[in-house]
Design a protein around this ligand. Structure first.
Ligand code: SF4
Ligand code: SF4
Length: 375
């Protein structure tokens, strides 16, 4: 049977799969052919070559060519099914927990770890394919941890275009989506990619980037990106970077917050991924700076953030970030907590240095406080 004829015969399967995906909470669904993504792989190679992937190059660089080639991941791969789940449009509440400014957590990380939410649903979709295909099939699910360029396949499958902020953007619903993919040996009818560069003359994301990490359209230097620095690194940061972090605690959404395509973003329908008030959804870990700076052991940290993406930064990373946010917010009420970190020999060097830097940064505010000025 020709490719087109075999795809056409699989149309009912695709329809059923789409309906199942919708029922499982995926608002976006599309299928791409399981072809090698030569251009995307070349771009990934150039990015790695420029050193802009920072330390991610150690795992991204490993056999990076296979990331754009589904045939290297699943024997006889014919289709890549891609799905997207909205994680909400409500801005995170960090401007005044208990009347004090707090650290900002990226929206994706405000709920439980999305990998845990998506994985079982993708497996359910893979089982559906196996049950309904006309012949035995092989399928494999990916949620951004496996060696697959999900975003590039999602673009091919018509889920959106790649904006100047390097995010996948649905033309109507924006970019607040987490993505998943299934590489399968079934030939499903492919969808059409979104055509054209819909950003036009806009450059809001480039102007909004606090560190210049987004230094040109679709060019992102992870070494300067606050998402990378606050989530993936634990070492000391340069004073200039610390100042530019503002109240960033974990992840950064600045280049998405300003994007006009996010004006009509879809509400999150999955309760586990909503981004409302932290205290409403996480009464047990309202991640105030005071609480984070007060965590004294890895065990306490693990218990507090169990099941959330914040675990990824480890205690030393989050403590460092919280100290920097406290300094930038001039949280004078946290001086004792910061001094305690500086004194504790068992804290990481980065956390102690960040705490010392924060105390130094607060000196101007301290001076104003002594003069009785309103801060
Ligand atoms: S996530 Fe933040 S730091 Fe990184 S490119 Fe976007 S705006 Fe810049
Ligand atoms: S902010 Fe503007 S330039 Fe950036 S991704 Fe959105 S539309 Fe494109």
């Amino acid at each position: 049977m020709s490719e087109t004829a075999s795809e056409a015969s699989a149309l009912p399967l695709k329809r059923g799969l789409r309906a199942l995906a919708r029922g499982l909470g995926f608002q976006l669904f599309g299928v791409a052919r399981a072809e090698s993504l030569g251009e995307d792989v070349a771009r990934l190679g150039e990015w790695l070559g420029r050193g802009e992937a920072a330390r991610m190059s150690s795992y991204l660089g490993r056999e990076y060519e296979q990331r754009g080639d589904p045939l290297r991941l699943v024997d006889g791969a014919r289709s890549v099914v891609t799905v997207g789940m909205s994680y909400g449009q409500v801005p995170p509440d960090c401007e005044g927990v208990a009347g004090k400014p707090e650290g900002r957590v990226a929206r994706f990380a405000l709920g439980p770890d999305y990998h845990e939410v998506l994985r079982p649903r993708l497996n359910e979709m893979a089982e559906y394919i196996a049950r309904n295909a006309s012949a035995p099939v092989v399928s494999r699910a990916f949620v951004d941890t496996g060696p697959l360029l999900e975003r590039a396949f999602a673009r091919r499958a018509g889920l959106g275009f790649i904006g100047k902020n390097a995010c996948l953007i649905h033309p109507r619903y924006g970019s607040w989506f987490v993505l998943g993919a299934i590489v399968t040996s079934v030939a499903l009818p492919a969808d059409r990619p979104v055509s054209g560069d819909l950003c036009g003359e806009c450059r809001r994301c480039l102007d909004a980037c606090p560190t210049g990490a987004l230094y040109a359209p679709r060019r992102l230097d992870a070494r300067r990106c606050l998402s990378y620095l606050t989530i993936e690194t634990r070492e000391s940061l340069a004073p200039d970077t610390m100042r530019r972090m503002g109240n960033t605690l974990f992840g950064c959404d600045a280049c998405q917050e300003v994007c006009p395509f996010n004006n009509d973003s879809l509400p999150c329908e999955e309760p586990g991924l909503t981004s409302g008030s932290r205290s409403e959804r996480f009464p047990e870990w309202d991640a105030t700076l005071e609480r984070i700076l007060g965590i004294r052991s890895n065990r306490e940290f693990d218990a507090m953030f169990s099941g959330t993406a914040l675990l990824r930064s480890r205690r030393s990373g989050l403590l460092r970030n919280a100290a920097i946010a406290a300094g930038n917010l001039r949280r004078l009420d946290l001086r004792d907590a910061l001094r305690s970190i500086v004194r504790r020999g068992n804290e990481s060097r980065a956390a102690r240095e960040a705490a010392a830097w924060a105390l130094e940064e607060m000196k101007d505010a301290q001076y104003s406080e002594k003069r009785g000025e309103r801060l």
